[in-house]
Design a protein around this ligand. Sequence first.
Ligand SMILES: NC(=O)c1ccc[n+]([C@@H]2O[C@H](COP(=O)([O-])OP(=O)(O)OC[C@H]3O[C@@H](n4cnc5c(N)ncnc54)[C@H](OP(=O)(O)O)[C@@H]3O)[C@@H](O)[C@H]2O)c1
Length: 313
Amino acid sequence: MDTKMDTKTEQTEQTGQKRVLITGCSSGFGLLTAVRAALAGYDVIATIRNPAKSEGLRSALNRAGARATIEALDVTDERSIGVIVEKYSPVDILVNNAGFLIMGSFLDISHAESRGVLETNYFGAVRLTRAVVPAMIQRRSGIIINVASLAGIVGHPFNAAYAASKGALIGFSQSIRLELAPFNIKVACVEPGYHKTEIIGVNANLCENFYDRSSPTFEYNRGFLRLMMDRIIPRAAPPEAVADKILRIMRTENPKTHYVIGRDARFAKASLWLGLGSWLEKKVIDKLSTATRRENRKELARKTKRSRKTAGD
Ligand SMILES: NC(=O)c1ccc[n+]([C@@H]2O[C@H](COP(=O)([O-])OP(=O)(O)OC[C@H]3O[C@@H](n4cnc5c(N)ncnc54)[C@H](OP(=O)(O)O)[C@@H]3O)[C@@H](O)[C@H]2O)c1
């Protein structure tokens, strides 16, 4: 096994190509980062949870005229992590990008659903980092880029488990940044605001009890969804800027601890810095209440129309 590792190290060093391992490359930031890194000449190991979903990445690479190795990797699966790390260690740059969310009030999200979010977004990154770092320590070099979120700094109503997972990832990054500094391993955290990717598209999940009318938060779940559909998703930024930033971090000698990306995220962070946190909270609460009232009015109109139709039948 040692010989195999030495040969791989030599190959990487001879070509001068740095090896980048990225998780969650079937869409969004992961896919864009994989293509950009491959174009920039990195030896990219682009991993995908479900190999059946690799077509998008494959055609994006083809369109760009770039090459990357595509592998299956579910970050919740210790065995699958072991296989990838054994095959591709040593890795120069690790991008912990895989993540997902489940929407719904914290009262309506089940414990199992919450745990599932933490299992991928936080423990998935921790597991993979622990597997990759020993070889980085041996070589006294490496970069770890964790894709967290603005939600980890300011919270996220109706996405509490997601915000908690990203807050944990930020805390993890800040901590290991110090632990790994003596080994010349750099750790950076990317904290984007809303960007148009599948996480707020086809990958967005509602918790199982989202529409449970007996829940005290039922109306607000629906109001929050209305707010997402009407205001947040249409205004979300294009995702390319995040991939560009990740690529810049890969090339940076001394990356910063935090990279806040997107106008919404910078605005929120600046508001906090200026001591305007309560003002920001009030704005969010007002918007949620307006969206909930609008959704309730719509439902009432739908009900009235239905009962008129029934009466006319
Ligand atoms: N877009 C935003 O507004 C935004 C803002 C802040 C932070 N982020 C973070 O950015 C990262 C990338 O998300 P995105 O916005 O690019 O959304 P996306 O298009 O939905 O991409 C998420 C990726 O993560 C993968 N994934 C989910 N669970 C996984 C698992 N257990 N193992 C391996 N891969 C898994 C998904 O694979 P499948 O296709 O198999 O589901 C998909 O490839 C996430 O960590 C997200 O939380 C996004």
